[in-house]
Design a protein around this ligand. Structure first.
Ligand SMILES: [Fe+2]
Length: 175
């Protein structure tokens, strides 16, 4: 039973990694065609990668889901900001995939929290909210041109991300 569940989890993770790789590949191909240079290494990606490298499974998922929650808003903005049919379709595909990813990761966090007290889970929840909110300031600062072109100002970017977080957190706390 446990083995099967672990195998299912492993298969799902492999599937998600493939989807993320496909996103990166499709976006890179689009940018190449448009002759937009690729930034191979961004410091915020590096910080997130480092955080995950030193973290256990749960913290890794928290870091990952934080990025995915923000991605759900970023790709909506990117879609709104462009007339390119190809890019709009790409954004739709990524948004569909990220919806599933956030749901799945939230369910995993729920399972991991089940064995713990509410107080500990509340503390972890607070940490997650802090990580998300801190990251929102950095991401806005780095990508505000896309968000603004997609119709966002900082306050609604912030509240839409917080809404996405709350939806995910409902699954995490099991309400
Ligand atoms: Fe994802």
């Amino acid at each position: 039973m446990v083995k099967t569940r672990e195998q299912d989890y492993y298969n799902a993770i492999v599937q998600f990694i493939r989807e993320e790789q496909r996103h990166a590949r499709d976006l890179a191909r689009f940018m190449n065609r448009q002759e937009i240079p690729l930034i191979r290494d961004h410091w915020i990606d590096r910080v997130f990668r480092e955080l995950r490298r030193f973290a256990g499974l749960e913290l890794s998922i928290i870091v990952l889901i934080t990025a995915e929650i923000i991605a759900k808003v970023y790709y909506k903005a990117l879609k709104n900001s462009t007339n390119s049919r190809i890019l709009r379709e790409l954004c739709d595909q990524i948004l569909l995939d990220e919806e599933k990813h956030v749901e799945f990761q939230s369910e995993t966090l729920h399972k991991l929290g089940k064995a713990r007290s509410k107080t500990v889970n509340d503390c972890i929840g607070l940490f997650h909210r802090g990580l998300l909110e801190g990251t929102l300031f950095i991401v806005w600062h780095q990508h505000k041109s896309v968000f603004k072109a997609g119709g966002y100002i900082f306050s609604n970017f912030f509240s839409v991300c917080r809404y996405e977080y709350k939806e995910s957190n409902k699954i995490v706390v099991g309400s």
